[in-house]
Design a protein around this ligand. Sequence first.
Ligand SMILES: Cc1ncc(COP(=O)(O)O)c(C=O)c1O
Length: 397
Amino acid sequence: MTDVYAAATLEHVSGNPTFGDAATRVLSPKDFADAWDEITAWDGYAPTPLINLAGMAKHIGVARLDYKHEGPRFGLGSFKALGGSYAAMRVLGRELSNRLGHDVTLADIRTGKYADDCAKITLVSATDGNHGRSLAWGCQRVGAPCRIYIHAEVSEGRAQAMRDLGTEVIRIDGDYDASVALAREEADTNGWFVVSDTSWEGYSEPPRDVMAGYGVMTTEACEALDQAPTHVFLQGGVGGLAASVAALLRQYWGADAPRVVIVEPDLAACLFESARAGAPTTVNIAEETIMAGLSCGEPSEMAWEILTEEASDFLTMPDSIVGPTVRGLARPEFGDPVIEAGESAVAGLAAVIAARTSDALSTKLGLNDTSRVLFIGSEGVTDPDIFAMIMSGKDHV
Ligand SMILES: Cc1ncc(COP(=O)(O)O)c(C=O)c1O
């Protein structure tokens, strides 16, 4: 099993963490607490499991591996269920308060008091799948119209999952960046509201709310642990997940917070390149990685503000170790529970398994037999066709 991991090339660059105040300034304890209070009041809320992979930990020579399995999250299949849907409610709350001239609470929106008004506010976003599904779900729950822009490579399974939630899906010929541009342009022309999971200059409120929503999973994970992990390996797309988790771990554990290691596909390593350049850096995506949720060429500015202060290490990894890790979780060889995970969920675990085949990389990352590593298993089977393909042993779309 380890051959493919030993053969994999992982590039490493050290961060330059200053552990400044970004972890409380960019995302405040109140941002996280407000999101927690709202999201845990939603119908169907239940914490997702934190699964101890004791067999795998022993096999690769670390003390603990804890995998936060986001597959069951609100029946939507990924941690993204916490972000877009919460940000949608916050946009509606702000807009309705403006229009009606008095404070409209999220509880009022949630319980349908303003359903007629919500029906007049259209929310839009570009997505590679999971964020759009969350936004579509949030809109459906409160009766707001939703339009989702997807690029040519987004799988039909993911598009259909959004249509099933009553959203209009617009597929364009270009890439992700083109879908973002069109969503923004059409929103401007028509008076619609963009609810994006990435931030740019002058656009920060919805992405902050998205990241605050993700805090629910991190709080659940912290509460389920007896002791702070020594490491957290976080997969990066635009960096929103990683920044949110890093910020909350710092707020929760203080000086005992784990070492933050960012893991990205080598085909879309914008955070890695940002670390190397010392500033947010955009990369060109020449080929799509199998980890669709991580295929992002441009970091979120707000996420980068946190990561540059909190992340100690940045890694790239090849697609070749994704399939073996998905199969290893679904058909455990070392007595661990069965986990059905999507491609983007396993990046951190794949990187740790590969790192433990190399003394040099383990040393750089401070990984040894006393390490306690936390992962965010960010999605379950969000695309059944791709999961079936991987399980059949085929590792490329
Ligand atoms: C399943 C999954 N994991 C991880 C990520 C990465 O999150 P971020 O883009 O906030 O870094 C995404 C993003 O779409 C995702 O869908």
